[in-house]
Structure formats: structure tokens, C-alpha cells
Design a protein around this ligand. Structure first.
Ligand code: NAD
Length: 439
């Protein structure tokens, strides 16, 4: 039996076990595939989702067979782009449920706002597809738990879009930390300061634009009238759909901190300042100013967010500083620098200086890693457990701010906070009918 057939058989068998009546339409590398091709579909085409699709399509053998968006204008213009740039003609859908019935889809990329991630992932897994889901893994803690369980139950590959895990810069930083070359890491400082986090100007509600299925955009979120400041791109500043700058950037940066410290679970303790200190009134519910500490046994992770400005420590709007005994490693997505400590006795630096600049992000490597894992059925660089842990850190911080609790204690086994009933109320989302939280 050659390797491709073997992959195909094992994938089919294991998928069949947990899936009761839902049989995958086709598994990647099945005998029916004439070549090593992979058919992908995209749900949510406007911005990052389309960027992810482009990265997938840049690899040989990857085809775009379907696009889905609730906004006709976006759907049509992205379809035209796929045709011109990749010479492919995907089928077009406004309703993802119809799209998931398309038999030749192997993997689904999810690029919708966060409040849709859980449902779409679970539906796609149930339809036998592998999933690349954008970060944060979901908009609530319980949805993340469900997604971890669903990926296991349906035995599919799920890659969370925390692409920093696939890039050289952060892999190099982790290698330095794990080899203890910069000494013991006692503190990890993370920051994210962006103008957009302050929200957009306040505008009145209006009629739903032609060609937009707004009810489907809202999905499980509460019913409300249409307002542009909560719609494309800017939804991330409203609790029903996103978590603000804290989660938008936090999952990326905290993910690396957790990786460095081998943390795969939620934080035991969360210390939070959360405020609205930006001078101008903007369309936003999420906090514009936050300082969060996650104390560990012999180290601390600090996360600092200031929306409405665009600079920070080391002259970087966002970044991560690993403070070790012998040196501090400072990194963002395009560069890494080691700042050595001075050894007074030896009259020299405790470690070598190191500066590396790459000048590009790692979406391409992350997509490639997903493609490879779909083929090999190996765990991807950012599996659901890692997506959940990072999301839990940021959701816990936001929850502390929302309920006005400066200290929250998390019990991982019980999946709840032990010192705040109000905080526990925000773990599980309340879905609007007819959508149901998957069980
Ligand atoms: N990995 C990264 O670096 C990175 C960067 C930016 C955004 N993101 C993530 O990507 C996701 C999308 O963010 P964005 O900035 O592209 O948002 P966006 O608002 O620009 O695009 C979202 C798209 O999803 C569509 N959509 C919404 N509900 C839908 C549904 N039910 N069915 C089909 N289409 C639907 C919208 O019409 C829109 O076209 C978010 O989860 C965000 O956090 C990740």
C-alpha cells in the first residue's frame, strides 16, 4: 500500500467512527484524487480570510473550489480575483450550509468575525472537512472547549491561525529560551498599541446595504439594527463579535509566551486593570487601555495594551520581551534582537549579541504547515489546544475587566472562575435562535 493510500484509509476509518451519520464526502489524497491536490473553500472573504486563501493557493496542487460570504459585493469581487490571479472558478455561496454540502471540498478556511468561528468549525468538521480557523479560536471560553472536543471527536486536522508559530523569528526565540542560552526567563512582557483599537467614529444606524445578508452575519449574536461601525473590520470592538485589541493581538503574543513556558492550559490567576481612557468618544465597547498580569510560580507574564497610539517599548507598536538572567530577547513578526546583560567580572557581555531581521510575516509558512498536516495527518503547529489556551488568557482578562474584578482565579479542571459568579456568567455564550451552541 503506498503512502497516499494509507493516509486515505486511516483518515476515512477514524473519521467514520465518531461521526455517526455524517460521512466525509471526500478525504484529501483519496484514490479518486488524480494528483496530490487539495481542494479548499473559504468562508469569510473580505480581508484575512482571503489573505489565508492566497497563501494556500500559492502552493502547487491547491485549488479553490468554493467561496462563501454574506456580502455579495465581496463575494463577487473575490471570485473575480481568484479567476484572474489563479485561473480558478470556485462555486459561490452566501449560505455556508449549502457550501458544506459540496462534495469535493477537503478543507475549509474560516475568515469570518470571531463569533462565528465555533459554529463554522463544528459544522465543517461534521461534514468531514479539515479546518484552518482564524484566531482567536472563538469569542468565548466555552466555544473554544467545544472546538477542542470536536476536533478530537471528528478526528480532523484543525489549525488555528496563530501563524507566528510557523515563522522563523519566534521559532528562533523559542529555541534560545529552551536551550537556556539567555538564562532563566523570569518575566515576559508583551504589548500591543494600535490606533484602530480606539474604534471608529460614531455613525447612526442605517438600512442594511443591498446584497448583504445581515441576519447571517449576526448569526448566533443578538439581533440588532445595522451600523457600519460594528460591521466589516470594526466588529472586533464589540463584545458580541470580538474582544478588542486585547484579544485581537493578545492571542498572537500570549501564544508565544505560553509556548516559551510550555503552558497548555488557562491561567491560574489574572490581575487586571481595564479602562476607557482614550480622550475621544468612539464606536467601541471593548477596553482601550489594559494592563494584565498572569503570575506563574517563578515567572510572570505581563500584557499591556494602549489603543489610540501606535508606538511602544523598543520603538515597536507591538512586541514581546523575554527577560532572562543573561539577556533579553525582543521580537516582533519581522525581527529579533538579543540585548545581552553585562558581566562586570569578565568585562564582557554574558551572551553574544544577535540581531535578525526578516521583513515578512509567516502566514505562508502556517498555511503550508496546514497543507502538510492535511496530507500526513500530523498535528499542526497551532492545534486546537494551543488556540484554546491563548484565547482563554485573553478572554479571562476581558471578563475580569467587564465584571470589574481586579483579580480572577481560574480552575482549569472545573472550567470556571472560583471567585466570581459574574465572571462565570460570561464563559458560555447565549446563542440567538435558531443557532444552537454545539454539544
Ligand atoms: N492571523 C492574523 O494575523 C489575523 C489578522 C487579521 C484578522 N484575523 C482574524 O481573521 C478573522 C476575520 O477578520 P477580518 O479582519 O478579515 O474581518 P472582516 O470583517 O474584514 O471580514 C470578515 C468577512 O466574513 C464575512 N462573514 C461574516 N459572517 C459570515 C458568514 N456567516 N458566512 C460567510 N461570510 C461571513 C464578512 O462578510 C466579511 O467578508 C477574524 O477572526 C480575525 O480575528 C487574523
Amino acid at each position: 500500500m503506498n503512502r497516499r493510500k494509507f493516509i486515505s484509509r486511516t483518515a476515512f476509518t477514524s473519521a467514520g467512527i465518531g461521526m455517526a451519520s455524517v460521512i466525509p464526502s471526500k478525504i484529501w489524497a483519496a484514490e479518486t484524487a488524480p494528483s496530490d491536490s487539495l481542494n479548499v473553500a473559504l468562508i469569510g472573504c473580505r480581508s484575512m480570510g482571503f489573505g489565508d486563501l492566497e497563501q494556500h493557493l500559492s502552493n502547487p496542487g491547491v485549488n479553490c473550489v468554493a467561496l462563501c460570504d454574506i456580502d455579495e459585493e465581496i463575494l463577487n469581487s473575490r471570485a473575480a480575483e481568484v479567476k484572474t490571479r489563479f485561473n480558478q472558478t470556485p462555486k459561490l455561496y452566501k449560505d455556508f450550509r449549502k457550501m458544506l454540502e459540496q462534495n469535493d471540498i477537503d478543507a475549509v478556511i474560516i475568515g469570518t468575525p470571531d463569533h462565528w468561528h465555533c459554529l463554522l468549525t463544528v459544522y465543517a468538521l461534521q461534514a468531514g472537512k479539515d479546518v484552518y480557523v482564524e484566531k482567536p479560536m472563538a469569542n468565548t471560553i466555552e466555544e473554544c472547549n467545544i472546538m477542542v472536543r470536536a476536533a478530537k471527536q471528528y478526528n480532523r486536522i484543525v489549525q488555528v491561525g496563530q501563524q507566528q508559530r510557523s515563522g522563523f523569528i519566534f521559532q528562533k526565540a523559542i529555541e534560545m529560551i529552551k536551550s537556556a542560552s539567555v538564562g532563566n526567563i523570569r518575566k515576559i512582557n508583551i504589548w500591543a498599541n494600535f490606533n484602530y483599537g480606539a474604534g471608529s467614529p460614531i455613525v447612526p444606524d442605517e438600512q442594511v446595504p443591498a446584497g448583504v445578508d445581515f441576519d447571517m452575519w449576526l448569526g448566533p449574536a443578538p439581533q440588532r439594527s445595522f451600523n457600519r461601525s460594528r460591521f466589516h473590520g470594526m466588529w472586533r470592538m464589540f463584545w458580541d463579535y470580538g474582544g478588542g485589541l486585547v484579544s485581537d493581538w493578545g492571542v498572537h503574543l500570549l501564544d508565544i509566551a505560553l509556548w516559551a513556558k510550555d503552558i497548555k492550559q488557562g491561567p491560574e490567576k489574572i490581575l487586571v486593570y481595564a479602562g476607557h481612557t482614550y480622550p475621544e468618544k468612539r464606536a467601541r465597547e471593548t477596553f482601550d487601555t489594559m494592563s494584565v498580569s498572569f503570575p506563574g510560580s517563578n515567572f510572570v507574564i505581563n500584557y499591556d495594551v494602549t489603543a489610540g497610539i501606535q508606538n511602544g517599548p523598543y520603538n515597536m507598536p507591538y512586541g514581546i520581551a523575554f527577560i532572562g538572567d543573561k539577556a533579553t530577547i525582543v521580537a516582533d513578526r519581522s525581527k529579533l534582537q538579543v540585548y545581552p546583560e553585562w558581566d562586570e567580572d569578565a568585562k564582557k557581555n554574558k551572551v553574544e549579541e544577535y540581531i535578525y531581521s526578516e521583513g515578512k510575516e509567516s502566514h505562508g509558512e502556517h498555511a503550508l504547515n496546514f497543507i502538510e498536516c492535511v496530507k500526513t495527518r500530523k498535528a499542526p503547529n497551532c492545534p486546537p489546544e494551543a488556540g484554546r489556551a491563548a484565547a482563554l488568557y485573553v478572554h479571562a482578562a476581558n471578563i475580569a475587566g467587564r465584571v470589574g474584578e481586579p483579580v480572577l482565579l481560574w480552575d482549569e479542571k472545573q472550567n470556571r472562575f472560583t471567585n466570581s459568579a459574574a465572571a462565570n456568567e460570561l464563559i458560555v455564550p447565549k446563542y440567538r435562535e435558531p443557532w444552537k451552541l454545539p454539544v
